[in-house]
Ligand binder design. Structure first.
Ligand code: KG4
Ligand code: ZN
Length: 335
């Protein structure tokens, strides 16, 4: 049984996982979100996030144990996200989990946040089949060739803004509340995706890399041309969202085909977007491929995905030394 902590950004999260008759099961996965606090500032303020993690972590660990119906004595190992993320936020969760491990003389596993996202679609299955992983979050956009647990090759990434970051920045231009992603999806439902022809970046030298900053600027210029942008809110949202989805789909399908994968996963906060999920499932289907999206409870930041990655780590490698520190830029895989 493993207790895992996630605190890389603005969600404090704790989960308890156990493998039972071969299948992993989450006994509990709690998220104490700070979104309301950061909304006032239009984005995450690291110092505020860090202070809130520090205040929330102890009661949240206790609540997780209570809800799982276990005590600290029942936990066999502790885990925490060690990167990538905000340094001051990562420090709180990592230090707390290492403290629990040190006090009980039990193993500790430091986990890569992106590996948590990447593996989350397979929590129910309990093992990692070969696939092409698309991770779309607030900080990252990545295409990864996965042969199995621990065998990852980065084949594409964003060269500027992440997909979720583009949603959040365009949301801010449109004066929508933070985070922009879910707000844009909501308004896009009643808009025309063809109303505005926003660009889809083509990167000739690196066909699997993404770029969303040109799209963001195109939206800004369009807004400046409109007498009252709020009159066109739904159409702008729909056209922007369509451009992001288009850019993600083409490269994902091509990457899957070129790497011999018939299974594609979709994870990270932007994977919540139904229009993206539906479009990817349709595009994959017409290419004879299947899509395994991350379950909705494991898409935006959570500790369930960190617990699952830690469970696999405990079954496949040695624990980490307690001297291990955070790494805000921890890479997931070699290119
Ligand atoms: O994975 P996540 O919770 O945090 C990071 O690791 O970054 O992702 C958060 C991102 C935010 O940028 C948010 O706007 C985006 O996911 N997001 C969405 C949707 N729900 C969350 N983007 C588009 N459509 C959504 N429905
Ligand atoms: Zn994340």
């Amino acid at each position: 049984m493993i207790l895992a902590i996630e605190s890389s950004c603005d969600e404090t999260a704790v989960a308890v996982i156990r493998r039972n008759q071969g299948k992993p099961g989450l006994l509990t996965s709690l998220i104490s979100s700070q979104i309301e606090i950061h909304r006032e500032f239009g984005g995450v303020v690291p110092e505020v996030a860090c202070r809130n993690h520090a205040q929330r972590i102890r009661p949240l660990v206790q609540q997780a144990l209570d809800e799982a119906g276990v005590t600290l004595d029942d936990i066999d190992a502790f885990a925490a996200t060690r990167g990538p993320g905000l340094a001051s936020s990562l420090l709180v969760g990592l230090a707390y989990a290492k403290g629990l491990a040190a006090a009980s003389n039990k193993p500790f596993f430091g986990i890569n946040h992106m590996e948590g996202h990447l593996l989350s679609p397979f929590l129910d299955l309990g093992r990692i089949p070969p696939h092409l992983g698309l991770i779309v979050s607030g900080g990252h956009t990545m295409l990864i060739d996965v042969q199995g647990y621990g065998d990852y090759r980065l084949i594409g990434h964003t060269i500027d803004d992440a997909a979720g970051e583009a949603f959040d920045k365009v949301g801010r231009m449109l004066q929508l509340p933070y985070p922009g992603g879910p707000e844009i999806e909501k308004h896009a439902r009643s808009g025309n995706p063809k109303a505005f022809a926003f660009p889809r970046a083509v990167l000739k030298d690196a066909p699997f890399n993404f770029s969303f900053s040109g799209l963001k600027t195109a939206v800004l210029y369009q807004l400046q041309k409109l007498a009252d942008p709020q009159d066109h809110l739904a159409d702008i949202c729909a056209s922007f969202q369509a451009a992001v989805i288009d850019a993600l789909l083409k490269k994902t399908i091509k990457a899957a085909r070129e790497n011999g994968h018939s299974l594609i996963t979709l994870s990270g906060g932007v994977a919540c977007n139904r229009a993206l999920q539906d479009a990817l499932i349709r595009a994959a289907g017409s290419n004879g491929m299947k899509v395994q999206p991350s379950p909705s409870s494991l898409t935006t930041d959570n500790a369930g995905m960190i617990a699952f990655a830690a469970l696999l780590a405990s079954e496949n490698r040695e624990p980490d030394d307690l001297g291990i520190g955070i790494d805000p830029n921890l890479p997931l895989a070699p290119a």
